[in-house]
Design a protein. Structure first.
Length: 503
């Protein structure tokens, strides 16, 4: 288990060498942070190994882009619409660009993690022309930064769930054609229900009863509203929106007829290979897990809290575990929308087994070769508001057609590492966040506050145990020293203390 530490040291040396690549005595002074870009052809033909791609992705994620890299977008908005060059400032907190690097916001507790409220973004303000300098809810939706750890597992879960939903849709169409009558089927995948779909005999579809997902039945697991399909789409969006860095696959000659779409005098700012690398890096971040301390009373409280969490119905949305049938990640995503690379545009998709390669700790396969992803989400949108509790219904602008009161179920597997809470990051304690759960979560919220204080504290203690783990953690369930913990051997209330031992 020392390999990750050794590898980290070797990669640091390689990282330093990469930074120096291309330098000469004639290139001192100001210049681009990214001196060399990644060639997608080399990724597809196997010339680059996983760690070379991973390291370049981390370099891009951490890079503080400057004007030599192409930072800024004087001739475009954050959504890629043309604007009068120079009519917007180089940096503006609301409409953006507002950040030098991805890690500027995703850094808590480590690179790729969440962000404090100071890093909040103002979604949809990036489309404003002229730029919007107000943070009022009438102009944008304020959002807190989410953590990216475990994102590769989440993307692959969403693909499998999408395939299941599409299979149900296709079956309904086939049965309707065969019987010459309308057929209604339940949209179920991995134990989660997304309503029903009805196919008419002529093949037309009624999606009015589809629930928690778009009518296209594509699970979109990223952004708090669940509107982004893949890490690649997320990266293409964010690079342009937050940094003014345009990718060639979305803004290059083949799609726009120009190499300098944003008119900042820098051509081809991010290659197709660059976007692959940063997508791979995010997908290969470590898997969040659980820290159960050696202190017996706290350990018992965590396990009791976990049982109570389920008993009061929190798992109806925050599903503790979803089964990923195939842990091999493939890039690009076949469900990517226009403007993002898709498999048909490649000579070969890039793949790796997430249980073998990536930043630790890695997930483990069960005896069937599957991975149980303990992310505490159903990857479905829910309404958290009612007449009594409307804190989560402050947004006024509709994003991608999703009702303002609906949000994707938050993944809780890193909640102990990702304070503050709520979509705006304006809630400082977990109890506050639970308090404002109305709508679909009202019943479990009320059951929580009907519990004695001791049991409420145990639920909070359980949630605090769900964290981003150290890279060299020996398991996804560890003690405070990073050593593997056997949950079954934790002391129960009346058990002798000597039974609280490690694996």
């Amino acid at each position: 288990m020392k390999l990750p530490m050794i590898h980290t040291a070797l990669r640091c040396a390689a990282f330093g060498a990469l930074l120096m690549t291309g330098w000469s005595m004639a290139q001192i002074g100001d210049g681009p942070i990214i001196r060399e870009h990644m060639d997608q052809a080399q990724i597809e033909n196997g010339s680059l190994d996983f760690w070379q791609i991973f390291d370049h992705g981390e370099l891009l994620f951490a890079a503080k882009f400057n004007t030599y890299d192409g930072q800024g977008r004087p001739g475009t908005t954050g959504t890629g619409a043309a604007r009068e060059p120079g009519s917007a400032p180089a940096f503006i907190r609301t409409s953006a660009p507002e950040s030098n690097s991805c890690a500027g916001c995703h850094n808590d507790p480590v690179r790729g993690g969440a962000g404090d409220i100071v890093a909040n973004v103002f979604v949809l303000a990036q489309a404003a022309d002229p730029v919007q300098d107000s943070v009022m809810a009438t102009f944008s939706n304020e959002r807190n930064t989410l953590g990216m750890h475990g994102a590769g597992l989440i993307e692959m879960l969403s693909r499998e769930m999408t395939a299941d939903l599409h299979a149900v849709r296709d079956l309904a169409v086939a049965q309707a054609a065969e019987t010459n009558a309308s057929v209604t089927l339940s949209l179920d995948t991995k134990g989660v229900n997304f309503g029903t779909i009805t196919a008419a005999a002529d093949g037309t579809l009624d999606t009015s009863a589809v629930d928690g997902v778009d009518a296209d039945l594509i699970i979109k697991p990223f952004h708090q509203k669940g509107v982004v399909v893949s890490l690649r789409e997320f990266s293409n969006n964010a690079m342009n929106h937050h940094h003014g860095m345009q990718s060639t696959e979305r803004f290059g000659m083949a799609r726009t007829g120009t190499k300098d779409f944003d008119q900042d005098a820098v051509e081809d700012e991010l290659t197709v290979g660059d976007i692959t690398a940063i997508s791979v890096w995010q997908a290969a971040l470590g898997t969040p897990g659980q820290i159960i301390p050696n202190d017996a009373p706290r350990a018992r409280a965590i396990l009791r809290g976990e049982r109570l969490f389920k008993d009061i119905g929190c798992e109806s949305c925050h599903v503790s575990s979803l089964t990923l049938n195939d842990p091999v990640f493939s890039e690009p995503n076949p469900y990517n929308p226009e403007g993002n690379l898709v498999p048909a545009e490649t000579t070969a998709v890039y793949t790796w087994d997430m249980t073998v390669l990536g930043q630790g700790p890695l997930p483990r396969k069960n005896h069937l070769g599957q991975v149980e992803v303990r992310a505490f989400t159903d990857l479905k949108r829910h309404n958290l508001c009612d007449d009594d509790y409307s804190h989560f219904c402050n947004e006024q602008l509709v994003q991608a057609g999703v009702p303002t009161e609906e949000f994707l179920t938050r993944k809780l597997w890193d909640v102990g590492s990702s304070a503050p809470f709520g979509h705006r990051g304006d809630l400082t304690t977990m109890t506050e966040a639970i308090h404002y759960h109305g709508g679909d979560a009202r019943a479990s919220r009320d059951q929580y506050f009907a519990l004695p204080q001791r049991q409420r504290d145990e639920i909070v203690e359980f949630l605090k145990s769900l964290q981003i783990l150290p890279r060299d953690a020996q398991s996804l369930i560890v003690d405070e020293n990073g050593q593997a913990k056997n949950r079954n051997r934790v002391v129960r209330k009346n058990a002798p203390v000597q039974r609280d031992v490690m694996e």
